[in-house]
Design a protein around this ligand. Structure first.
Ligand SMILES: [Zn+2]
Length: 66
């Protein structure tokens, strides 16, 4: 069994680790920060995608040309 954050060996039973599956509270906090950062990035990406595929803008441009 190894900590997914710092890759430290975690001997013994998982029940001995109050912050399982992390070796310590510090690694649990790091993991939480990673999740929050990832969430933020994904949300920004989706907003960008929405802007790009908005049909209203290109349609308005075509109307101006004609
Ligand atoms: Zn760790």
């Amino acid at each position: 069994m190894r900590c997914p954050i710092c890759d430290a060996a975690m001997p013994g039973n998982w029940i001995e680790y109050p912050e399982y599956p992390f070796c310590s509270r510090r690694c649990k906090t790091i993991d939480l920060g990673r999740w929050l950062g990832e969430d933020y990035r994904v949300a920004a990406k989706e907003a960008e995608h929405e802007n790009r595929s908005t049909p209203g803008e290109s349609g308005g441009d075509q109307d101006d040309v004609r």
